[in-house]
Ligand binder design. Structure first.
Ligand code: CA
Ligand code: CA
Length: 389
């Protein structure tokens, strides 16, 4: 049942990872490969062909046998809160529960130092890997909160309902980097008001079988919200009292900080109990919507500070622009670092693997990227928040 790391037989050649069209992410596209026509605001990405699942587990587990229903309602539920006194994240004003936990639960990730990137020795070492993951280099971070769960369809619905326009300039900034906040230049990437949101976003439909958004409240409320642009994700987190995590924060939380883990959980064994990946979640080798489980469905894969689905589920947008040479350039000695320089390549980083792609992408050190206007059926996000609320 365990996936051994022979799946990680990826090459270190070339530029590492590039995006592919409409939801697939694939390694080893040549440097400079043209964007996939996803740069137009409001235009849904073209249909994708799901990545071919890897080899299935050798042990047979009946669908739903691990507590993950083949349906998608998951642990839907609400914890009604008195109106008027709720001061938490507005996306959780109605008290949604994810696996019986507040969907806006956001544990503190204590600051510290860690070895960012893939090591040549140590717990996260791997003979083969992507060139942009190395060299491993020192990073130190201040404490922050990171949401336990990926943002759900239900929480995003609250944002759409409340939406009146793009964020204020400066909103959603990292506390150490004022310039990391929303820029008025990005307003064109968001609808002018709430009446246009769904049309502007192409109904969050990436044209595949894996659409999580529904126009009306339904069984998908606890699925990860996907097919969102980086701007959507940034604006949501700013509205919800938080911000996007930096790439360094994301990896720190996924690697267990100084424990420098290969995967978010403490160990290198990998089964479908740890993460949803390679369309294995429903125990059936076919790749279908039942392989996109509700957020938090894989508690065996929880990170050191309780975050779930840091590996698998949906890829997660981070705040940083992607720079192939960041680890040997300005980011090589990272202190609460963030890459705010918009490169010519115009790419933002997302992290963590997803429900349908291969196990090799689940490692904490793996970096993927695409234009911020990209919408993919396997890319979502979670928010970071200040320690003091
Ligand atoms: Ca590392
Ligand atoms: Ca994830």
């Amino acid at each position: 049942m365990k996936h051994t790391l022979h799946l990680l037989s990826i090459t270190a050649a070339g530029a590492g990872l590039l995006f592919a069209c409409g939801g697939d992410v694939a390694p080893a596209a040549p440097t400079g490969a043209p964007p996939c026509g996803v740069g137009e605001p409001g235009s849904p990405a073209p249909a994708s062909t799901p990545t071919t699942p890897g080899e299935p587990p050798t042990a047979s587990i009946p669908p739903g046998g691990d507590g993950v229903s083949t349906g998608q309602s998951g642990a839907l539920g609400f914890d009604p809160r008195p109106k008027g006194i709720f001061t938490g994240p507005p996306s959780c004003a109605d008290g949604p529960l994810c696996q019986g936990v507040d969907c806006c639960d956001s544990p503190v990730v204590p600051g510290g130092a860690f070895a960012m990137g893939r090591g040549l020795t140590g717990p996260d070492a791997l003979a083969a890997g992507y060139a942009n993951e190395v060299p491993e280099h020192p990073a130190s971070l201040s404490s922050f909160r990171l949401d336990t769960f990926e943002v759900t369809v239900g929480r995003f619905r609250q944002f759409v309902r409340a939406y009146t326009g793009p964020p204020e300039a400066g909103a959603g900034a990292h506390p150490k980097w004022k310039a990391s906040g929303w820029s008025d230049k990005w307003n064109v990437e968001m609808p002018k008001d709430g009446t246009q949101f769904l049309e502007f976003a192409g109904d969050f439909d990436c044209g595949t079988d894996f659409k999580s958004w529904t126009k009306e409240v339904g069984p998908n409320e606890n699925l990860p919200m996907t097919c969102v642009t980086w701007y959507d994700a940034f604006a949501f987190c700013a509205w919800d009292g938080g911000r996007l995590p930096t790439e360094a924060e994301w990896e720190y939380a996924a690697a267990g900080g100084s424990e420098n883990r290969m995967f978010p959980w403490d160990g290198v064994s990998l089964t479908r109990e740890h993460a949803s990946y390679e369309c294995l979640s429903d125990g059936d080798p076919a790749c279908d919507v039942a392989d996109m489980p509700p957020v938090g469905s894989k508690p065996a894969g929880n990170g050191r500070w309780g975050q779930r689905d840091m590996a698998g589920g949906a890829f997660e947008w981070t705040m940083d622009w992607f720079d192939e040479a960041w680890y040997v350039g300005e980011g090589r000695d990272c202190k609460d670092c963030i890459n705010l320089k918009r490169p010519d390549s115009d790419l933002k980083v997302f992290r963590g693997g997803d429900f349908k792609d291969s196990a090799e992408l689940l490692r904490a050190a793996v970096r993927l990227y695409s234009p911020p206007t990209f919408r993919a059926d396997n890319v979502g996000f979670r928010c970071a928040r200040p320690v003091r609320r």
